[in-house]
Design a binder for this molecule. Structure first.
Ligand SMILES: Cc1cc2nc3c(=O)[nH]c(=O)nc-3n(C[C@H](O)[C@H](O)[C@H](O)COP(=O)(O)OP(=O)(O)OC[C@H]3O[C@@H](n4cnc5c(N)ncnc54)[C@H](O)[C@@H]3O)c2cc1C
Length: 237
């Protein structure tokens, strides 16, 4: 049996009852491209997780959703600072920035926004390319927007480069009572956003990440008219 390298949980932050962030210190040098994923495991049960952090950061940051009936996340949920997980030594994935396009329309649901944070952290660390980022983030509840402050600050500080539209799908619920932003499923706002901003197919790549239902729905809307799309499904429907 292959003995896999390990990474220690050195930070844990609860966001909601089902969402939390961990930071891992790997025992081996771990390199990756922004937008790629790491495969972690507990007791031989392994799953891929997109990486929040950018390659220049020392720790590997992950944003995880508990799937109560799942095999791995209930085990991960019990693990605090000082525990360790196995890691596959190589990052994988093709959900990375394509700099052939000027406009990057990045649509994500909850943990599906993870690759976009990594890509933007890396972009503002190096600023070697030019690009305009449109992040459209959907969630049921506003407290699920883990990186709301980071996206908002990037958009405020770089109004020419980053545009951020978070939207909640359950505005009528008490949990969202303080939300003053956009309402409606993010799937239903994509076409309208494209029209409002005047995005053009030739210079725009649409990235879809997270909930498979959102991905299928947005593809159904955009593919017939020839939009270029890149996708990362977190699970099968
Ligand atoms: C490339 C890639 C990147 C990923 N990145 C992340 C990430 O950044 N954060 C993250 O939390 N997860 C991410 N995932 C999902 C992750 O790999 C696991 O599938 C998830 O954590 C559930 O694992 P589990 O063992 O607890 O459940 P499993 O035993 O694998 O699944 C149990 C059942 O739940 C379904 N399921 C899995 N995930 C969800 C979900 N979120 N909501 C509803 N049903 C689900 C499965 O299809 C299955 O039917 C990613 C998946 C892929 C393919």
């Amino acid at each position: 049996m292959t003995v896999l390298p390990r990474a220690t949980i050195v930070h844990r932050q609860e966001l909601t009852a089902e969402l939390w962030i961990i930071k891992l210190l790997p025992e081996i040098p771990f390199t990756f491209k922004p937008g790629q994923y790491i495969t972690i495991g507990v007791n031989g049960i392994e799953r891929p997780y997109s990486i929040v952090s950018a390659p220049h950061e020392e720790l590997i940051e992950l944003f995880i959703e508990l799937v109560p009936e799942g095999d791995l996340t209930p085990l991960l949920y019990e693990m605090g600072v000082g525990s360790s997980v196995s890691i596959r030594p190589r990052a994988k994935g093709l959900f990375t920035l394509d700099s052939n396009y000027t406009h990057h329309l990045m649509v994500g649901t909850v943990t599906g926004s993870v690759p976009y944070i990594s890509i933007l952290r890396d972009y503002f660390e190096h600023r070697t390319q030019t690009g305009i980022f449109h992040v459209l983030e959907g969630a049921s509840y506003s407290d699920e927007f883990a990186y709301f402050n980071e996206f908002s600050t990037l958009a405020t500080d770089n109004p020419e480069t980053v545009h951020y539209l978070p939207s909640i799908s359950r505005p009528e619920e008490m949990r969202n009572s303080e939300w003053q932003g956009s309402q409606g499923r993010i799937n239903n706002l994509v076409e309208q956003y494209i029209d409002n901003v005047g995005l053009r197919k030739k210079e725009t790549l649409v990235y879809l990440c997270g909930h498979p239902g959102m991905i299928t729905d947005v593809k159904t809307q955009l593919l017939p008219s020839g939009w270029n799309i890149k996708e990362e499904r977190f699970w099968k429907e």
